[in-house]
Design a protein around this ligand. Structure first.
Ligand code: GRF
Length: 216
C-alpha cells in the first residue's frame, strides 16, 4: 500500500451515496487518499452502515447533545485530530460550519453541491433549475470557505435538462455525475498537484493545460 496516501474523513448526515462512491474509489491501492473515518452528526444516518460493513471507523457526534455550534465543532475537531486527518470531504453534511472550523481546514476541505455553482446555492436546486427552465444543470465540487456554497471550484459536471424531467429524474442524473467527479476531485487534491489562485483552482504543470474533470 502507498504509505503516502492522505488520510481522509467523510462527514455525512444521511444516505451517504457520495460517501460510498468515495470509499469505493479509494479501495484502489493507487488512489492517493485513504478513507479512514466517516463522521456523522446524526446517529441514524443510513451511510454509517455501509462504512462499518467496509471496515471504516465511524463516529457519531450528535449536534443535538452539544451546547452550541462551537462546542459541537470542537468535538468534531478532537475526533478528526485523533484520526490524524489530512482532508475532509463533506458529503451531504447538513450543518453550517463556523469560520473557526472552516479556518482549521482551509484548503483541505471539499464539499459537493448539486448545481453548477455559482448558480443555485442553497437547497432544492433541482426544483429551482426546472422552474427557471434552464437547459443545463449539474454539480460542483469546491473548497469550503466560510460562506455557504462558495469557494474555489475544483470540478464540475453538466447534465442536459430533458423535457420529461421531474426534480427526481434530474436529481438522479446529477447524482450519477456527483459520484464520478467527487472521487476524481479528491484524487486531484490528495495527489498534491492542486493550487488555488483567487477563486481558480489549477492542477498539475502550470505550463500545461490540465484535462477538465468531467465535461460530458
Ligand atoms: C447530494 O446531492 C450532494 O450534492 C448534497 O447532498 C446530497 C447528499 O447525498 N450536498 P448523499 O448523502 O451523498 O447520497
Amino acid at each position: 500500500m502507498n504509505a503516502q496516501r492522505k488520510r481522509t474523513a467523510i462527514l455525512i448526515s444521511g444516505r451517504g451515496s457520495n460517501m460510498r462512491a468515495l470509499i469505493e474509489a479509494a479501495r484502489v491501492p493507487s488512489f492517493p487518499a485513504e478513507i479512514v473515518l466517516v463522521l456523522s452528526n446524526r446517529p441514524d444516518a443510513a451511510g454509517l452502515g455501509f462504512a462499518k460493513e467496509n471496515g471504516i471507523a465511524t463516529a457519531v457526534i450528535d449536534h443535538k447533545i452539544h451546547a452550541g455550534r462551537e462546542d459541537f465543532e470542537r468535538s468534531m475537531q478532537v475526533m478528526l485530530e485523533l484520526h490524524r486527518i489530512d482532508y475532509i470531504c463533506l458529503a451531504g453534511f447538513m450543518r453550517m460550519l463556523t469560520p473557526w472550523f472552516v479556518g482549521q481546514w482551509e484548503g483541505r476541505m471539499l464539499n459537493i453541491h448539486p448545481a453548477l455553482l455559482p448558480a443555485y446555492r442553497g437547497l432544492h436546486t433541482h426544483e429551482r433549475a426546472l422552474a427557471d427552465g434552464v437547459k443545463i444543470h449539474g454539480c460542483t465540487v469546491h473548497f469550503v470557505v466560510p460562506a455557504v456554497d462558495e469557494g474555489p471550484i475544483i470540478a464540475q459536471a453538466a447534465v442536459p435538462v430533458l423535457d420529461s424531467d421531474t426534480p427526481d429524474t434530474l436529481a438522479r442524473r446529477v447524482l450519477n455525475e456527483e459520484h464520478i467527479i467527487y472521487p476524481a476531485a479528491l484524487a486531484r487534491l490528495a495527489s498534491g498537484k492542486v493550487w488555488i489562485e483567487g477563486n481558480r483552482v489549477f492542477t498539475g504543470d502550470p505550463h500545461k493545460e490540465a484535462p477538465p474533470l468531467r465535461v460530458p
